[in-house]
Design a protein around this ligand. Structure first.
Ligand code: 13P
Ligand code: SF4
Length: 365
């Protein structure tokens, strides 16, 4: 066991192949002390090393139930934060590259949400009227805000159910940061589109009037995912012209128009399950991140299913892609040497409040 960490510079010029062998050796050496969780958008040369894979909801449950000393999260920053919040204090959550963030999560900062909450006081008492709901794609301090203000966390797989819970608490919802997930989930619950208004954080009172706020059932934050906004209804129209029997499936981070034109809408785990259970010979157009779609195309081609990416240009989650074999090998070999690099540790007070909002979600979903 050494006293100093092995620098990342030692790994920068290692080939992917050399990293693969070293990752396998480090995993064997750490045994049950280590669990690697991998999100479906990870590149294949990292994804193949995950002990468990899943969407955000499944991965947060796995993190909550893990017995390992080290939870290495091949995903993005908010996922490793959730793992830290839901695991025991002595367990260590690690993100192989700290630059692996989520651009959508960054669109809702605590300062902006607190300002919105203050400004809403011009129209009502937000603590009596609004349940704050944060998509899991958000920083821990926003989950803590929800914990403190009677709110909750949701994921792409449970958002309508979480909205039901939220409306059972208070008459309105402030939903951040993803406008598209909020709008689609509200629409699926039967809320008219004109009762969902958008909050622009750059404008006073979000660009809304007190009357608009009092009529609204959901206020949607203006955030979005830069990857999923690339998918367009024209992509679906062209596919349907070429494949009249084809099926379209999209992630709810896609625009409302794309979701409405799709046959199925759901989380990454739902997309995988739906295509896995489909009949051989079916033809699919998929509106979600490229690495996952590519993997599905490979996985199901032997069953005669064709799986096609929705956009004409490749759109990848560039932050997720920062987790590469070099960073994974670096983290794991440091652990073998008794050193922890890239620990994600949410401050205890914030973690306690965030856990309240996450636990409400786990109980309600
Ligand atoms: P899932 O929870 O559906 O895996 O989605 C996470 C995500 O970030 C999609 O962009
Ligand atoms: Fe965030 Fe979009 Fe990447 Fe998902 S795909 S992690 S929402 S930037």
């Amino acid at each position: 066991m050494s006293n100093s960490t092995i620098p990342f510079a030692n790994y920068q010029s290692l080939s992917d192949e050399a990293c693969q062998a070293r990752i396998l050796a480090a995993k064997a050496s750490l045994g049950k002390r280590l669990v690697i969780l991998g999100h479906h958008y990870q590149r294949s040369d990292v994804f193949q090393h995950a002990d468990f894979t899943g969407d955000s909801l499944k991965l947060s449950r796995l993190a909550a139930n893990s017995e390992a000393d080290y939870i290495v999260f091949c995903g993005v920053h908010f996922m490793a934060e959730v793992a830290d919040i839901l695991s025991r204090p002595e367990q260590i959550s690690i993100l192989p590259d700290l630059a692996a963030g989520c651009s959508m999560a960054d669109m809702a900062t605590l300062a902006r949400v607190e300002r919105a909450w203050r400004e809403l006081k011009a129209a009502c008492d937000p603590d009596a009227v609004f349940t704050p709901v944060t998509y899991i794609n958000s920083a821990a301090d926003l989950k803590a805000f929800c914990g403190e203000h009677g709110g909750i966390v949701c994921t792409s797989s449970n958002a309508p159910k979480i909205l039901e819970w939220s409306f059972a608490q208070r008459e309105k919802v402030l939903f951040f940061p993803d406008q598209h997930l909020g709008r689609w989930s509200g629409y699926k619950m039967g809320i008219p589109l004109d009762e969902m208004v958008m909050w622009d954080w750059d404008l006073p009172l979000g660009g809304l009037t007190p009357e608009q706020i009092s009529k609204a059932r959901i206020i949607l934050w203006k955030g979005l995912c830069s990857v999923h906004q690339m998918f367009q209804p024209q992509h679906i129209q062209r596919f349907r012209e070429a494949h009249p029997d084809g099926l379209v499936i999209s992630h709810p981070e896609c625009s409302f128009e794309v979701c409405r034109e799709s046959d199925f809408v759901g989380s990454t785990e739902y997309i995988i399950k739906t295509i896995a259970e489909a009949k051989p010979g079916t033809h699919w157009l998929v509106g979600t991140e490229f690495n996952l779609v590519n993997r599905l195309a490979e996985q199901f081609k032997d069953q005669g299913k064709t799986v096609q990416f929705m956009a004409s240009t490749v759109c990848m989650c560039s932050t997720m892609a920062r987790i590469d074999p070099q960073h994974l090998a670096w983290c794991l070999e440091n652990l073998v040497a008794g050193q922890v690099v890239n620990r994600i540790a949410v401050p205890p007070g914030e973690a306690a409040l965030a856990r309240v909002a996450l636990q409400r979600m786990l109980d309600a979903s």
